[in-house]
Design a protein around this ligand. Structure first.
Ligand SMILES: Cc1cc2nc3c(=O)[nH]c(=O)nc-3n(C[C@H](O)[C@H](O)[C@H](O)COP(=O)(O)OP(=O)(O)OC[C@H]3O[C@@H](n4cnc5c(N)ncnc54)[C@H](O)[C@@H]3O)c2cc1C
Length: 481
């Protein structure tokens, strides 16, 4: 079988690793990737040392079923980036990219040992002509016919909410920070649009570079990511796929009420603390919330820990079973709270943020309504007044399941020839179990989507562990095992 994989980021690394572990027969695989930083994707290219991974090692393994795969790699390369409060290594993301690269190269070598033909083409795929065997067209005019094509194109760059593109002093895409921050004079007054993990990367990197000017985090509601607690082993007894399936089967669908009863059973007396945490996410002063959470890194309470684990591990499965109205409610009303609690910042970054906030150099500015370019800088209009900035850096994540610019031409050609259709909530329609693209409910065994392009999934960015799990599931379908 000839497989064409479009994009060489973490999803593809997980897929190649799974193919290499599971394949028994020879085959062929061609990977298309225009970026010079193969296997790293948007998140894990070379960048400043201050741009760190956001998650502890045990959930950063690209090998599904082997959670210690990455931790072993860290040990072998004698990494020394301990986040002492977390008690784990949080290495620069570029270094995690080295892990992805080595995992991909080992997988390709193993496939070749098994008799596979492997090739990596440094070109963007710009179209697909459908037939029994799809033909992938590249920007340089190459045509490549395959038996199956897997789209693993990632998600896009930040959106320009305030229409500032082209304005002097506006940095639309912050990464790599090594180049965007390079020309920034240390005394400039910097405003960052967004208050999520990308904003945290920018603040911490500015601090490490010795930035002396004011830094403002602009957002609508001023919610910062929560802070990781020291990981403790969690083996859910109630929040399991089997229980969810049984509930959905018994009642025809899963509701939030029933999900909450599982959470109640799982957490017992820790549920109250979690409910308080959920309430505090939007109502507590963000600086006090950060300070409080930094003081709770070692607290034994399991509420947040269970949320962090289950949102990523079980969330995508639960999402498909949930009643439509409950899904809409979670997406529309609780997005910030769930994103904040399930994708926290590492304690080292939290401590650096708090130091700047306490020193008065950093401010969290909620209630932002509009930002306008003016002579020599920007004016920021909030619910309570107007402030200024010399430079605006964009840290707004693309909406979930958005189609990245680099894949726009390819996806358009697939929509035009009716081999793909858009999911109403973003991305392409896929069959959840197999990853196959679907059109009018019919799954196509030739075409697959992995990662954020697969529509219909949970609305938070898929983590490495989630991507690796999906990649292995697709590998099993491709190899028919
Ligand atoms: C800044 C950032 C930090 C993150 N940090 C973490 C973290 O610490 N821990 C964690 O668990 N998760 C993290 N994530 C979330 C998630 O794990 C990553 O986004 C993950 O790397 C996504 O992998 P992917 O392969 O699906 O997409 P990507 O890594 O984005 O890779 C997609 C690739 O497809 C290529 N491509 C696109 N279009 C085409 C085309 N037409 N032809 C050929 N190639 C194409 C792109 O060039 C790109 O290399 C982070 C995400 C971001 C954005």
């Amino acid at each position: 079988m000839e497989i064409g994989i479009i994009g060489a980021g973490a999803s593809t690394v997980g897929l190649l690793d799974a193919l290499a572990r599971l394949a028994r027969e020879p085959g062929a695989v061609t990977v298309f990737e225009p970026s010079p930083h193969r296997w790293r994707g948007r998140a894990f290219g070379p960048d400043l040392a201050s741009v760190r991974v956001n998650t502890p090692p045990m959930i950063m393994s690209a090998r599904h079923g082997d959670p210690a795969h990455y931790a072993r790699w860290l040990e072998e390369c004698e990494a020394s980036h301990l986040d002492r409060r977390l008690g784990h290594q949080t290495v620069p993301r570029g270094m995690y990219g080295d892990y992805l690269e080595q995992t991909a190269e080992s997988a390709l070598a193993r496939l070749r040992e098994l008799g596979w033909r492997t090739e990596v083409v440094d070109e963007r795929v710009t179209g697909m002509s459908p037939s029994d065997r799809p033909t992938l067209l590249t920007g340089a005019g190459r045509r490549h016919t395959v038996d199956v094509a897997v789209l693993a194109v990632g998600s896009g760059a930040p959106q320009d909410h305030y229409g500032l593109s082209g304005s002097q002093g506006f940095l639309r895409d912050p990464y790599p920070l090594a180049s965007t921050l390079d020309d920034l004079a240390p005394e400039r007054d910097v405003a960052i649009v967004g208050s999520g993990l990308t904003a945290v990367d920018i603040v911490v990197s500015l601090a490490r570079r010795g930035h002396a000017g004011r830094i403002s985090l602009l957002s609508r509601d001023g919610v910062l990511p929560a802070v990781w607690q020291r990981p403790l082993k969690i083996e859910p007894r109630y929040l399991t796929a089997d229980r969810l399936t049984a509930l959905a089967r018994e009642h025809g669908e899963l509701t939030l009420g029933r999900l909450r009863s599982l959470l109640d059973a799982e957490l017992g007396q820790d549920l109250g603390e979690l409910i308080e945490e959920v309430r505090a996410t939007r109502s507590e002063d963000p600086v006090e919330r950060l300070r409080r959470q930094l003081s709770l890194i070692d607290s034994p309470g399991m509420g947040r820990r269970v949320v962090q684990q289950t949102v990523h591990a079980l969330g995508p499965y639960a999402w498909h079973l949930l009643r439509r109205t409950d899904r809409d409610m979670l997406r529309n009303e609780h997005f910030r709270t769930i994103a904040s609690l399930s994708s926290p910042m590492v304690p080292g970054n939290a401590a650096a943020m708090l130091e700047l906030l306490d020193a008065g150099q950093l401010a969290v500015v909620p209630g932002v309504r509009k930002i306008e370019p003016v002579e020599g800088g920007f004016q920021i209009f909030t619910d309570v007044g107007v402030r200024s900035a010399d430079v605006v850096i964009n840290a707004v994540n693309p909406p979930p399941h958005s189609i990245p610019e680099n894949a726009g031409a390819l996806v358009s050609s697939m929509l035009a020839s009716r081999v793909a259709e858009l999911h109403p909530d973003g991305g392409l329609n896929v069959q959840a179990a197999t990853g196959r693209l679907t059109v009018s409910g019919k799954a196509d065994p030739r075409l697959y989507a992995l990662g954020d392009l697969a529509g219909g999934g949970l609305f938070i960015t898929t983590s490495i562990a989630g991507l690796a799990a999906r990649a292995e599931a697709v590998a099993r379908v491709l190899l028919a095992i």
